[in-house]
Design a protein around this ligand. Structure first.
Ligand SMILES: [Zn+2]
Ligand SMILES: [Zn+2]
Length: 152
């Protein structure tokens, strides 16, 4: 996915989460390192790479996801959560089991496949853990709704 590794996605997800829950201002490299249980220089290095890829920016207020950074996370979350719903609903598997076992596949699975699953499942709004599922342009065309897709 846009040359992002699974590890880098962990960084992006932390920033995305912080932004959603309004504590992004408190999040420096040190805090991020703590959350990921890595040494601060490791986090600084990783953040530098994400900056180079245009996925984060350094502002006066601190580290922020760029628009493409946000889109990368939302696509990742969509893939993860649609797969979760699929395996839980269709195969009746345990949500935690599925969540752990699909880790990493989100980077490689095709969006068209995810769209097909989404349609089959009736465009679910929430994953088995109750978190929101971003919809794609494909869903919008089907459903005629407009605000669902990634209003960033
Ligand atoms: Zn999960
Ligand atoms: Zn959908």
């Amino acid at each position: 996915m846009e040359g992002v590794t699974l590890r880098e996605m962990d960084y992006l997800k932390i920033l995305f989460d912080a932004e959603e829950h309004d504590y992004i201002d408190l999040l420096g490299p040190k805090k991020i390192a703590e959350k990921l249980k890595v040494r601060p220089p490791t986090a600084v290095e990783a953040l530098k790479k994400l900056h180079k890829k245009g996925l984060i920016s350094y502002t006066k207020k601190g580290i922020r996801l760029t628009r493409s950074g946000k889109l990368v996370v939302m696509r990742y979350l969509r893939r993860h959560r649609i797969l979760e719903v699929f395996f839980v609903k269709v195969l009746g598997l345990d949500p935690e089991f599925v969540c752990t076992n699909i880790r990493g596949t989100e980077l490689f699975v095709g969006d068209e496949l995810i769209d097909k699953c989404c349609e089959f499942l009736g465009h679910p709004d929430k994953c088995p853990h109750g978190r929101p599922i971003p919809h794609s342009q494909f869903c919008l065309k089907k459903e005629g709704e407009d605000e669902l897709w990634i209003s960033v």
